[in-house]
Design a protein around this ligand. Structure first.
Ligand SMILES: Nc1nc2c(ncn2[C@@H]2O[C@H](COP(=O)(O)OP(=O)(O)OP(=O)(O)O)[C@@H](O)[C@H]2O)c(=O)[nH]1
Length: 324
């Protein structure tokens, strides 16, 4: 790989990628609070049909833009270029603050190659932007198994110009993961970034990027998202039993689950739910609901999980909890 030229006067674009649940939103939430990097425009893409990261990053409406749900590297690739161009027009017209860089968080299922290709090959985008960096997050707890099974995760590592190892507080980096990373991308410098703790200067510094990129994406077959929405708050016990049941029943087929939920016991504040394969992260209370919409929404991304299973399981557990 040879470095691409980085002509002056164009806005830097920093791509943050990594497989489902690797910690991209956690990292961005943290680094974008640094006053030196508050002048960033953020574009978030999610695979599920209901966007949640926007609410989880909780930045100002002007600066945070959810591109769309779906796969950024496939169906919404043109959305990305249009969003970048639209944002640049609004910046020039002083409709948004004069941001100094664009940060793109890809969905965990994105193959970054076509995204980077679109950024570099679309002349309208390239006229005003230059690709500055591609940071890939790798989950120390699940990374080795993920790299074995998912081609998009391999591409995320191969195309990175820096690698960040997350969740090292939960598990030491296994030798199998070290070996896989060294085989896929021996050149990229690596840092540990537990809970997104990394120097933003390092994260967004210019790097060596591939000169040539494929326009076609490679994907794991049969991955789909399931959305569960509820107007009525959910009892905490029912939610806990449901999460445990789902993780146990689906096993490795459950790639990711995330949601904002109103608990029956305290519906005035939402709880953020996160599961990454077998790993159920602790529930996290948010300070307030983002906006006026207070209904619970949960997105599951899985391989071959029956579409109605999560909702039916939750309804059965809720009935059981109510009647007991
Ligand atoms: N213990 C621990 N938990 C982490 C770390 N980084 C992220 N998490 C947790 O992992 C879960 C997923 O983190 P996110 O930041 O939402 O991951 P993501 O990569 O944005 O997820 P997707 O957008 O769904 O691909 C959340 O519960 C985080 O709090 C870490 O370094 N250590």
């Amino acid at each position: 790989m040879s470095p691409i030229a980085a002509p002056e006067g164009r806005l830097p674009v920093c791509v943050v990628t990594g497989f489902l649940g690797a910690g991209k939103t956690t990292l961005l939430k943290r680094v974008l609070r640094d006053p030196r990097f508050a002048d960033s425009a953020v574009i978030v893409n999610e695979f599920g049909e209901v966007p949640l990261d926007h609410d989880l990053i909780a930045a100002s409406e002007d600066m945070l833009i959810s591109v769309s749900t779906g796969c950024l590297c496939c169906v919404v690739r043109s959305d990305l270029t249009e969003t970048l161009l639209d944002l640049a027009r609004r910046r020039a017209a002083a409709e948004v603050p004069a941001y100094a860089r664009v940060v793109i968080e890809t969905s965990g299922l994105a193959d970054p190659a076509p995204i980077l290709h679109a950024l570099m090959a679309d002349e309208r985008v390239a006229a005003g932007h230059r690709l500055q960096s591609v940071a890939t997050l790798v989950d120390a707890a699940t990374g080795a198994a993920v790299l074995e099974r998912h081609p998009e995760a391999q591409r995320q590592v191969m195309l990175a110009d820096r690698l960040l190892l997350t969740k090292t507080d939960l598990a030491p980096v296994p030798a199998t993961l070290e070996t896989a990373l060294a085989a896929l991308n021996p050149a990229a410098p690596r840092r540990v970034a537990a809970h997104g703790e990394v120097d933003p200067e390092w994260l967004f510094a210019p790097g060596s990027l591939p000169a040539f990129l494929e326009a076609n994406a490679r994907h794991t077959e049969g991955v789909a998202s399931i959305v569960l929405e509820r107007e009525a708050p959910i009892p905490a016990l029912a939610l806990t039993l449901w999460l445990q049941g789902l993780v146990e029943h689906c096993g490795p087929r459950l790639l990711r689950l995330k949601g904002l939920v109103a608990l029956a016991e305290a519906p005035e504040k939402p709880v953020a739910l996160h599961a990454v394969q077998h790993l159920l992260h602790p529930l996290e209370w948010l300070d307030a609901w983002p906006g006026t919409d207070r209904h619970s929404r949960i997105v599951l991304i899985g391989e071959g999980i029956p579409r109605h299973l999560p909702a039916r399981l939750l309804a059965a557990i809720e009935a059981e909890v109510r009647d007991s």
